[in-house]
Each structure stands twice: as structure tokens, then as C-alpha cells.
Design a protein around this ligand. Sequence first.
Ligand code: ZN
Length: 205
Amino acid sequence: MRVLGVQAVVGVARCVGCGRREGVLCGSCSDEMRSADPREAPRPLDRLLCALDYSGAARSLVLDLKLRGRSGAAPPLVDRMADELARSGSRARVVTWVPGRRRETRRRGFDHAAVLAHGVARRTGLPARPLLDRVGGVFDQTSLSAADRWLNLEAAFTAGRCREPVLVVDDLVTTGATLRSCARALAEAGSLGVEALVACSAQAR
Ligand SMILES: [Zn+2]
């Protein structure tokens, strides 16, 4: 019995904010996560909805999900995203996501934005569909300036046919170049409006 008890304690995840064994995110660290400031949507995106500021525990959750492949970091982010969507009165009828790079997705074992999108879809009752594809030959974004990111992302995505308003989900927005590129591809594929919902918003340097 004692061994089982120890295992049960060890099995409880540490909070990404304070390290206490109270699950992925404890109540007080959850309360301290800052809401994101409203952001203007880069055309042709109709709206850009951001749940959290990319700092503190919110940043740790995104990094756990994306870099460390911990899908358990997704639910607290999905909760805030679903709240933001409910407040905003979205017109979307389909949820999709910014597809990850294949190599990173393979290494992680899942597409992190897809996990968030499916979580949001479950919460809203909307269907989740893989509408977007990456076009090859795009350089690693992290080494590029904000201006170069915009150029780099022109036509970086293609979209499947869709005749409904779409919600594109991603983990993080910085310049907005990726979402702009996705919105353009979806608009060309016939979507009747494109909104975006991201877990976190970071200002571009
Ligand atoms: Zn905590």
C-alpha cells in the first residue's frame, strides 16, 4: 500500500509555475496568468483573438507543449482559449490549426496546434478539420527579423476547399505573419471569413 501511495504522489505533475505537485497548473499560478492585450488582425484575417500574455506560467505551458512534447500542458491553455472565444462571439463554423513542421511534429509525437484546436472544438461543439498544409522550402523563422518573416511566409500554406467561416488555432502569435499567410490561403480556398485564436500573444522584437 505504501509503495502505491508513493507512486500516486510521484504521478501528480508539478505545476509549471511554482513546481508544487498540484497538477500541471495550480490554482494560484492559474490566477496569475495575464490576459493578452487586444491585437489588430493582419489582413485578410478578420479577427485575432489572444487568450494569454506570453509570460510566466502561460509561457511555460506553451514551451512544455511545443518543445517538451507534454500534451498535459494543453488543457489549461484550451480553457482560456475557449473562454476568450465565448466572450468574443465568434462566427466560425469550423476549427482548424496552423500545421506544425513535419520533422518537429514527428519528434514531439503530435502536432501541438492540432491538440489545442481539438480541445477548442470539443469545448465549442464545432468540428475540427485539417484544412491547412505547409508548402515546403520555408526557412526556420527564429533566425529572421520581423520584416524577413513576412517575406518568408508569403504563400507558405495551402488550404483545402471550405465554404464556411473558419477559426484557425495556434499556440503563439508574434508578428502575425503565419496567421496572415494561413488566412490568405483559406480565403483563396473559399472560406467565408477567417478568425484566429491563439493561446498566447508575444510582441515581436
Ligand atoms: Zn503553481
